[in-house]
Design a protein around this ligand. Sequence first.
Ligand code: ZN
Length: 374
Amino acid sequence: MIHRIDEIALPPETGPWLLPGVTKDVIGQAPWLRPDFADAEVPFLASHTFAVEAGGPRVLVDTGIGNGKTRANPAWNSLNTDYLARLSAAGFAPESVDLVIITHLHTDHVGWNTRPDGDSWVPTFPNARYLTSRAEWDYWAATELDANRLQMFADSVHPVRDSGLIDLADVPGNGRQVAAGIRLVPAPGHTPGQIAVELRGADRSALITGDSIHHPVQLSHPHLVSCVDIDPEQAVRSRHQLLDTLADTDSLLLGTHFPQPTAGLVRRDNGNYRLHPEPGIAWRCRTGPPGAVGDPQRPADRCEVARTGRCRRVPAARVTGANTAPPGGPPPGCRQAPEVLRHSSRAWCPGRARGRRRGRPRRPRRQGPRGRWT
Ligand SMILES: [Zn+2]
């Protein structure tokens, strides 16, 4: 079972800065992006963690920006979100997390590695191992860091290392399994040692992108790169490789920065690809069979809130409580599904998502500072 733990929706100026090739014309060529992934001019992006119950270890993939971190990017500076409450509400109290997989060592993927404790930073997940690729670690260890990166490593990476919680994985070209149903896949380019994370359950599989695919527009335009890709040509090759692997299969693509609906199936389209959001999972009941992905301890009649074309609006407290069935049992139409994508935010409802966007400016107000997305 996979949960999306929301941190923040990134401000609208992020898209044009991060993906300068994504023009109004490019968005117009992929009408399927609207309204969920873009408006007529600007691609939307988000920051979240994927939390995975795999029947074995309890796993987080990437830890967002974090609270209280001093950052050059104003949108990331000194955040104060209720991320940890959402994580706990989804059943992932910090002490219960066994494994934190970090796709790459950029600021918006390591933030919740640590939390403040007086004047210092301590691991947020004290009982977890933190895992990233050795190639990624070695790259940054050999790189002269600017002040912003030094700050990030000092508050979000080194405290974990100094606590002895970091593990480094050698990830060969064909990937490396690190737990039942969890495999690291090399996805270099954005950073030299970036990994994507493949999840394989009894009935479904999924791939978490990291920043190998920042936005769904890169399915229809895989050649479009981000302004912070360290090796743009390699990033394009990795993106093509991942998309080719997923295309026309029933394996879900889970975008680390995709706004809602974050998950979908990859389909070939005019020589490239498009994303088909996973349909019809407004309320699904787990049957509870143990599989590589799923929690066999969870009663079979519990239901989750997810996305559908017929979204049900759900009181916030109920949804953020654990996304379980409301009092009185599952709603009409609840059906059995062996595995679900489960979400921690009521904003998954597409109707609500569109409502939120009406308040957004249609044009970016300022260009983000190049180099600050680190
Ligand atoms: Zn990122």
